[in-house]
Design a protein around this ligand. Structure first.
Ligand code: IMP
Ligand code: MG
Length: 194
């Protein structure tokens, strides 16, 4: 992926509007597009990991819906585990310091690990996660994100699988939230903040 120049966030400013004051705007990725692409990604990952056991690490909570659909398109033996991280304070903070709120249940030493993320914006969260997990001695470590906003990327990231590159809008649905709402939408939509 290419390095973006902009450091502003597309995220609604904290405390600007509650979820109930926000409304769903245009569709960014339809449910049909999601179904097709997630199946395709499952086939690609299955080919790449043929002959290996895969450990998928879902990043809570946003990646839950994507991971649940993706794993049903895998033909390689796979296990799942989850990690939850806090987002770093200010969105213009470039430190990329992320706190682990809930760690993995099991050791990943010697495992083939695929991090599954909902969306990559600056890339700081995923960069932190990759560094953190790499230090734990996995046999291999790759990352997969359903969505990416290429224009927002601030770090060099080795992102092996990307579902869709989307416009610079705050996205909700299919696991992605605003103030914990809208995760249950069957498609990805832009959010209009009141
Ligand atoms: P990054 O560290 O800037 O790449 O941000 C990644 C995290 O921020 C993701 O795991 C999401 O939880 C959240 N995020 C970034 N952009 C959006 C968005 O458009 N909608 C919902 N969550 C987002
Ligand atoms: Mg997330």
């Amino acid at each position: 992926m290419t390095l973006g120049s902009s450091i502003e966030s597309t995220r609604p400013p904290a405390g600007s509007a509650s979820a109930s004051e926000s409304s769903i705007a245009e569709t960014l990725v339809s449910s049909d597009e999601l179904r097709r692409r997630v199946a395709e990604m499952g086939r690609e990952i299955s080919d790449d990991y043929a002959g290996r056991d895969l450990l998928m690490v879902g990043v809570l909570k946003g990646a839950v819906v994507f991971l649940a659909d993706l794993m049903r398109h895998l033909s390689v033996p796979c296990e799942i585990d989850f990690i939850a991280v806090s987002s770093y304070g200010s969105r213009t903070d470039s430190s990329g310091v992320v706190r682990v709120l809930k760690d993995l249940e099991a050791s990943i030493e010697g495992r083939h690990v695929l991090i599954v993320e909902d969306i990559v914006e600056s890339g700081l969260t995923l960069q932190y996660l990759m560094r953190n997990l790499r230090a734990r001695g996995s046999s291999s470590l790759e990352a997969c994100a359903l969505l990416a906003k290429p224009g927002r990327l601030r770090v060099e990231l080795d992102l092996r699988y990307v579902g869709f590159h989307i416009r610079d809008r705050f996205a909700v649905g299919y696991g992605l939230d605003h103030a914990q709402r809208f995760r249950n939408l069957g498609y990805v939509a832009a959010l209009d903040v009141a």
